[in-house]
Design a protein around this ligand. Sequence first.
Ligand SMILES: [Zn+2]
Length: 322
Amino acid sequence: MKQSIKLFRHVLWSLSMLFLITATSNAKEVTGIMDKFEPKKVAEHTWVILGPLTGPSVANKGFMNNPAFVVTDKSVVVIDPGSSLYVGRALLKKIRKITDKPITHVFNTHIHGDHWLGNQAMLEENPKAEIYAHPQMIAEAKAGEAEAWISLLEKLTEGISKGTEAVIPANALEDGQKITIDNITVKMHFTAKAHTTTDAMFEILEDKVLITGDNAFRDRSPRLDDGSYVGNMTAMDNALKLDVTVVIPGHGPAGGKEVLSDFREFLYIIYDSTKTLLEEDAEAFEMKPIIVKKMAKFKGWENFDGAIGKLISVAVLEAENE
Ligand SMILES: [Zn+2]
């Protein structure tokens, strides 16, 4: 009798293992996302992976942002873990080459899905990790933006990102709030409507690092459809006053404070020229060649030609409402 129970148990165990193996092999994985990217140390505790400058596509498998992480005494703090479950997993693999400390805190800079849908991978690894964002980011994600971004990224990557689920941050931040994690303090900087109405910038005090999210772009033209020129320029002015030496933009290479002043100049040229031209009763189509000429310094930025028309239309709308 004992023997047959043993056999029965063994069969059950074998069956369950078979099921597990089948389930695992059916689970989708997307590999090679960050093969050509390595974490770059930008300060004593802070690292960043500078993502592709191109928009989400089949070629970049949806990866296009600058995921950053801070290694504290006991844990890892991640900022913007990317656009999908698979980008988040690729990021984790890179982090694990550097440290085996647990991911305990995740911060999201704003509502755009290319920055935060990788949250899912962070919780997959540590279900106890706390995820933080601007309260408006959380509200908009819940009100439909999360699903809209999942669909958009699935479309732009032709299904590569499929399987990603929205893990909406559970913790709402406050402007000026400081969160101390072991030996590191993260300070929040909110802005009025800048890139969006959901932006939080993160200052890593001990490292004198500022992570701007998409309030600053470098080498890639921004999308300002959800934002404001005046608000975004104010965000740059406020950031320029901070005691930081390293600036990590939402897209493009990290640098010093010139990241902030250059992007402010980018916005200023478009907005100021648009206002002047409006006063001269110019039509939008007449503005483009004049403004493009003034933007010589930025012409080499990724997607400049593709973005400039829309950027001028947004400037016209804002200037007319001012
Ligand atoms: Zn954005």
